[in-house]
Design a protein around this ligand. Structure first.
Ligand code: MRU
Length: 362
């Protein structure tokens, strides 16, 4: 396959232009527009408006966001820490659910602590390096997840997927979509059913765009059609990503994931979650405690810039839901596969790992 097709970099730091470059995902699939992000406010806006999105990508973007916020700081060391905290709080307030954003901010804070020992300019360089490092960590994780996931699939598999979990969301090949790519290269994939993923249509706009580039056969369905596809025996597995996986194995992912898991259980179809270990949050015991982002009314009262609901209707627009571990057949990470996840298996799988993530000396 053409290198360009498997080397999509939806976010990267451009040294020459001295700014962050992102592919504006709001514009896809109609146009490929690249944005130059030079300030913290521009980055906050890109995250809130979903120009940049997907858990691992949010983790990468927020590291660069910290650097964008701090790079013009001219004061002394104590002031630096204060300013860094202010920037970190601003980024933390953009989107609450994907844990990657918060673990990156913790790492940035750790780097900031070294201002007691090194000078401010050196720490700024280290913060930019943190962004580059998280980006390459996620690229490596994505490739390993893709291989590990493909290893558990069989020939002629028909897959239902939800939201967008490709390079656009996770760099590399993505997570769930990376597995589909790798399985397709091995000749396993018969067809993919892509949930449109209401209300922002990450499936219809982004996943189809990625699958088309890769030449993988797919059909787009409305979210409500997925259980019917299962009932008609047209799919063999459900494969999705995750925004946060907690200690007992409960998973937060795009709204609509839980109903897919319930339907998969009803039809005895394996329900597989793919995510890097950077999407695990062992500080929370169960899914009910994961903060779920609620988004604005107009995402569901308007469609293609037209009103579709009567004026002033009340809405409830959660961007994510929680799938309980008991509905999950397996979680695939860059380290391997956790079958029938529970708190013991999750602890076993993750133990020891996160300390390496907090290695801040780069
Ligand atoms: O609101 P989004 O588009 O950021 O939601 C993204 C998802 O729910 C993805 O499934 C998840 O982040 C996994 S990305 C590999």
């Amino acid at each position: 396959m053409d290198e360009e097709l498997i080397n999509l970099k939806p976010v990267y730091w451009d040294d020459e232009k001295d700014c962050l470059i992102i592919l504006d995902q709001r514009k896809l699939p109609r146009s490929e527009e690249w944005l130059e992000i030079r300030t913290l406010s521009e980055l906050e806006d890109a995250i809130r408006s979903l120009a940049i999105r997907g858990a691992p990508l949010l983790g990468i973007a927020s590291a660069y966001g910290v650097y964008l916020g701090i790079r013009d700081y001219k004061g002394d060391e104590p002031g630096f820490k204060k300013e860094l905290n202010r920037i970190i709080s601003r980024i933390a307030a953009t989107r609450p659910t994907a844990i990657n954003l918060f673990s990156t901010l913790r790492r940035a804070q750790e780097v900031g602590r070294f201002v007691d020992r090194f000078d401010v300019e050196y720490i700024k360089i280290k913060l930019l390096a943190l962004g580059n490092r998280i980006l390459s960590e996620e690229e490596e994780r994505s490739c390993a997840i893709s291989r590990n996931g493909a290893d558990i699939l069989e020939a002629n598999v028909r897959i239902i997927t939800h939201c967008n979990t490709g390079a656009l969301a996770a760099v590399g090949l993505g997570t769930a979509l990376g597995i589909i790519y790798e399985a397709y290269q091995r000749g396993y994939v018969e067809e993919v059913f892509v949930d449109e993923t209401r209300p922002l249509l990450q499936g219809a706009r982004l996943t189809t765009w990625e699958l088309k580039r890769w030449g993988i056969p797919f059909r787009l369905i409305v979210d409500g059609a997925a259980p019917y596809v299962m009932q008609k025996n047209m799919a063999d597995i459900v494969l999705v990503g995750a925004d946060r996986i907690v200690r007992n194995g409960d998973v937060a992912n795009k709204i609509g994931t839980y109903s897919l898991a319930v339907a998969a259980k009803r039809h005895r179809i394996p329900f597989i979650v793919a995510a890097p270990t950077s999407s695990f949050d062992l500080s929370i015991l169960e899914g009910a405690d994961i903060p779920i982002e609620e988004r604005s009314d107009d995402e569901i009262t308007r469609f293609c810039e037209k009103e579709v609901a009567p004026e002033d209707v009340k809405t409830f627009n959660p961007a994510f839901d929680i799938t309980p571990a008991e509905l999950i057949t397996a979680i695939v990470t860059e380290r391997g596969v956790i079958e029938n996840p529970d708190k013991y298996k999750i602890a076993d799988h993750i133990s020891g790992s996160l300390s390496a993530d907090y290695d801040v000396l780069l």
